[in-house]
Design a protein. Structure first.
Length: 94
């Protein structure tokens, strides 16, 4: 696999991680608690998705994208360095 495909995969993985962290961290937000919280778990999940789309994404979309690109690049560099270290020690052991 070439490095561009690895970069895209790393950026997608880091976007999913950042998206999930931002999604889960908003359950304790005051606006969600005051406006959208009903106390029934499935209604709260639907209401939280509406809250996330209407309140969080309009203000945080750029931070989510830039953070996922930066962490994807860092993840790719980490994978490349680990692969080189692994192949270095593997070639020395023969």
């Amino acid at each position: 696999m070439n490095k561009m495909k690895k970069l895209v995969i790393c950026c997608l993985i880091s976007f999913l991680v950042i998206f999930l962290l931002s999604y889960l961290s908003g359950f304790n937000d005051d606006i969600f608690r005051e406006k959208y919280y009903e106390g029934i778990w499935y209604k709260d999940l639907i209401n939280y998705f509406i809250y996330y789309v209407m309140w969080v994404l309009p203000y945080w979309w750029l931070i989510l994208l830039l953070g996922s690109m930066i962490s994807g690049i860092v993840m790719l560099l980490f994978v490349i360095v680990c692969n080189r270290i692994f192949y270095y020690f593997r070639s020395r052991s023969r």
